[in-house]
Design a protein around this ligand. Structure first.
Ligand code: FES
Ligand SMILES: [Fe+2]
Length: 371
């Protein structure tokens, strides 16, 4: 689904069956955006699927967001069918009550004074959950790694970089019918631009020319070193109106994050794009962006959202088509240099999964391609 205000596109085939390709190995023990926190209304429970885990999310009366596995530990009915009064989630089957941030059971209504069972020793599965940039970020531990209750002992919650108190912001998202690996390598693939994103306001096929970009290793990722952005793309030219050199830095870090920062004097644009596994064979792309560029230009935010949505939709439509091919499990290729970032992604992911921590890059690399 692509959401922009009320605009929605579903990623299903004409028959209504969801299109999906082969599954991917998932990375656990990290933060993922589960849903937008503007969906968490007072006293209401919302559901989301994250890494094949059904979640129920909400906002406590004190404002704190929470995420529980959407399963009652008693007999498995989804807790989302129950009630939430702002402090406790009540299961609709036998009325067990849970404190939703810890998951601790607070009441079992059927117990009598004869019973020895201590309800507070029972827990629904609660996941660390934090709100940033309108995302409810959920930490998904690997199987058997135990209950994680203290966010302070976890890696930092991802945050969109901002360079001052005054900015505008926007969010876009689209469901992709392919596994997270295809979503991510689509994100870092420079060669599809002139074909998928052809538009008068972005670039045309005729504007293809040779590019060279420098990349450097960063922890669990790589950075396209600061450079002047493509002179042949109109939105970047817009930033040039301030008459100062424009610099862009793009980072990719595991498990799924691309951050881009464009700075021009005191003007800036920043975005955080994530491709999140919904299931092992489907994913969702989210873009959150903030900027102080053209802050006072009326309608700039809706216009930017309109073009951003169009851009994301072009990727989405292409991936829906790609998923039709992937269903048949074809063998695929990654070529140098245009697919080199995708190769680094797979190597970084492998190093995370096998715990070797081995980085595929030993230093600065210059890549060349035409786009
Ligand atoms: S299944 Fe939830 S209280 Fe029994
Ligand atoms: Fe794209």
């Amino acid at each position: 689904m692509l959401c922009l205000g009320r605009m929605t596109i579903r990623t299903t085939s004409e028959t209504g069956a969801p299109i999906q390709g082969p599954s991917a190995t998932l990375i656990y023990d990290d933060w993922y955006p589960a849903l937008r926190t503007d969906q968490l209304k007072h006293g209401k429970l919302s559901t989301a699927m994250l890494l094949d885990i059904p979640l129920v999310l909400g906002r406590r009366a004190d404002g704190r967001v929470f995420a529980l596995r959407d399963t009652c530990p008693h007999r498995g009915i989804p807790l989302s069918f129950g009630w939430f009064d702002g402090n406790r989630v009540t299961c609709r089957y036998h009325g067990w009550e849970f404190e939703p941030c810890s998951g601790q059971c607070a009441l079992i209504p059927s117990l009598t004074s004869q019973d020895k069972l201590d309800a507070t020793r029972i827990y629904a599965t609660a996941f660390p959950c934090e709100e940033r940039d309108g995302h409810a970020w959920v930490y998904v531990p690997g199987a058997g790694s135990g209950r994680k209750s203290d966010s302070a002992q976890l890696p930092p919650v991802p945050d969109l970089a901002k360079f001052g108190p005054r900015y505008r912001s926007a969010h876009l998202s689209a469901d992709l019918p392919c596994n997270v690996d295809h979503g991510i390598i689509g994100l870092m693939d420079p060669a599809h631009g002139p074909f998928v994103h052809q538009a008068w306001w972005w670039r045309s096929r005729a504007s293809i020319r040779e590019k060279k970009k420098k990349f450097e290793p960063i922890p669990e990722g790589f950075r396209m070193s600061a450079h002047a952005p493509s002179a042949n793309s109109a939105p970047y030219r817009l930033l040039g109106v301030y008459g100062r050199p424009v610099e862009t830095t793009i980072d990719f870090t595991l498990p799924n994050r691309r951050t881009e920062v464009i700075r021009c004097g005191h003007k800036w644009f920043s975005s955080l794009t994530t491709v999140t596994p919904v299931t092992a064979s489907t994913c969702r792309i989210d873009v959150v962006a903030a900027w102080n560029v053209l802050y006072f230009v009326p309608f700039f935010t809706p216009i930017a959202k309109f073009f951003g949505a169009k851009f994301v939709r072009q990727d989405q439509e292409t991936m829906i088509q790609q998923a039709q091919g992937l269903r048949h499990n074809p063998s695929l290729m990654l070529i140098d240099d245009a697919d080199k970032p995708a190769k680094w992604y797979f190597a970084l992911k492998q190093a995370r999964l096998d715990g070797s921590g081995k980085h595929p890059m030993s230093g600065l690399v210059e890549l060349h391609w035409r786009s």
